[in-house]
Design a protein around this ligand. Structure first.
Ligand code: NAP
Ligand code: HSE
Length: 429
């Protein structure tokens, strides 16, 4: 048997713990698949005294010095499972410079600084693998890099954040309200250290930047990506969406339109008959449409200890097999070219509007006049009045409309004296 592949692990939190567990539980399967053992030599953490709830293998040392992972000539792969930018960035740069391969789950870092880090890995001839950083246990990185490599990707649409999907699922089933669902997602280890990343769509944006790179071989700058999260989603809109046959999901989407990329992160109404609408709890799903393969759907747990560690281990095993031919982004160009980006205001979509308006004659006529002026056509509408209520919700589902026209129409309508609250609007998939 070949000599073992030796790992230095940075971080023993949710994902790091999961990796230690599967390395022990699946040691025989790993050995049979790659023909060698995977040995965990050193684990670096911040706090040496913290109880971890996991037993390290005999012979594995614990350190508070990240440099030990880099300096040790016996370590082949550094696994960065700490998160955050600064320490992780330094560790990865130093590890690559020291000739080590790197596995990371850090989508934040790769979305912000991937261009540079992939170039460094390329120059060093080392692997910088990151299956766990995009949609946790769902093998979408490998699918785009290898299995779908012969396709032009027409569109990629996904539910890519377990925490947000868990919260929306709980709110939809009536199980928990927003705050309680978030607390539970945190307790289950799904949420980021800063959960506003999950709720505000930032984590989905990080993943979308990585998946766009893999799907199109282009760098879509995070700063240019339009991002909207789920903070404003209310039970009222979840209920109205249900009446029209939709569920509200946090979506990340990129597609090719007229030779440019149109991408965004947004809560959307998804028809309940679509598979994406059925994805519940911490589960994620990515629907990829290739020009040869047609649509495919990858579905599984996007967050949590073992599912995420499963993806980290897959990368370690891939390096054990193909370290002599690193394939980091799926494209040999380094760095990848900047994406030609379509103005988000030009995006076309169906829309859901909920107006909160005074219940008096002429309101509907005034709203529809503005919509007609902006070439926004109505597909369905309902108004739900309560006896004696001064104002009522008026919900309209549109046909495909241009986003710029939608924004202009809503600005005009919201300035009218019968509108009592800013109009809620969501895209429809
Ligand atoms: P976590 O539970 O907060 O664990 C982070 C670990 O990193 C802790 O053990 C911490 O040490 C250690 N650490 C942090 N800064 C360090 C430093 N400067 N030096 C040494 N050790 C340091 O985080 P996690 O949930 O496992 O997430 C880790 C990474 O995986 C993040 O990039 C995250 O975005 C990504 N990810 C997470 C999931 C998930 O479901 N949780 C899924 C996909 C990807 P102490 O324990 O001593 O503080
Ligand atoms: N916080 C992330 C989520 C972890 O909830 O999906 C997986 O990337």
């Amino acid at each position: 048997m070949e000599k073992p592949i030796v790992i230095g692990l940075a971080g023993l939190g949710t994902v790091g713990r999961g990796l230690v567990r599967i390395l022990a539980e699946n040691a025989d399967v790993i050995r049979r698949r790659i023909g060698r053992d995977v040995v965990l030599k050193t684990v670096a953490v911040r706090d040496l005294a913290k109880q971890r709830g996991v037993e390290l293998p005999a012979g594995t040392s614990l350190t508070a010095d990240l440099g030990e992972l880099v300096r040790d000539p016996g370590i082949d792969i550094v696994c960065e499972l700490m998160g955050g930018l600064s320490a992780a960035d330094t560790l990865i740069r130093e590890a690559l410079a020291a000739g080590k391969h790197v596995v990371t789950a850090n989508k934040h870092l790769l979305a912000e600084r991937g261009q540079e880090l992939f170039s460094l890995a390329h120059a060093a001839g080392r692997c910088l693998y990151y299956e766990a950083s995009s949609v946790g246990g769902v093998p979408v990185v490998q699918a785009l890099k290898e299995s779908l490599a012969g396709n032009r990707i027409v569109k990629l649409t996904g539910i890519m954040n377990g925490t947000a999907n868990f919260i929306l699922s709980e709110m939809t089933s009536g199980g928990l309200d927003f705050e309680d669902a978030l607390a539970q997602a945190q307790a289950l280890g799904y949420a980021e250290a800063d959960p506003s990343f999950d709720i505000d769509g930032v984590d989905t944006a990080h993943k979308l930047v990585l998946l766009t790179r893999l799907a199109y071989g282009q760098h879509y700058s995070l700063a240019q990506l339009p991002v909207r999260g789920i903070r404003e989603v209310t039970r009222t809109d979840i209920e109205f969406a249900r009446e029209f046959g939709y569920r509200i999901k946090l979506i990340g989407q990129v597609r090719q339109v007229d030779g440019m990329l149109e991408a965004g992160v947004f809560p959307a109404l998804v028809k309940y008959t679509y598979l994406l609408a059925r994805v519940g709890g911490n589960y994620n799903a990515v629907r990829i449409e290739g020009n040869a393969v047609g649509p495919i759907m990858l579905h599984g747990q996007g967050a949590g200890e073992l599912p995420t560690a499963s993806a980290v281990l897959a990368d370690i095993m891939a390096i054990a097999r193909d370290a002599c031919a690193p394939n980091n982004t799926g494209f040999p160009e380094n760095p990848l070219p900047e994406a030609a980006i379509q103005d988000p205001e030009d995006a076309e979509s169906q829309y859901y509007f909920r107006f909160q308006v005074a219940d008096r004659p002429g309101v509907m006529a005034a709203i529809t006049r503005v919509m007609a002026d902006k070439r926004i056509s109505i597909a369905q509408a309902i108004q739900k009045g309560k006896e004696g209520a001064a104002d009522v919700p008026l919900v309209i589902i549109t046909h495909e409309a241009r986003t710029r026209m939608v924004h202009e129409a809503l600005a005009e309508i919201d300035a009218m004296d019968f509108v009592v609250a800013p109009t809620v609007h969501y895209r429809i998939l």
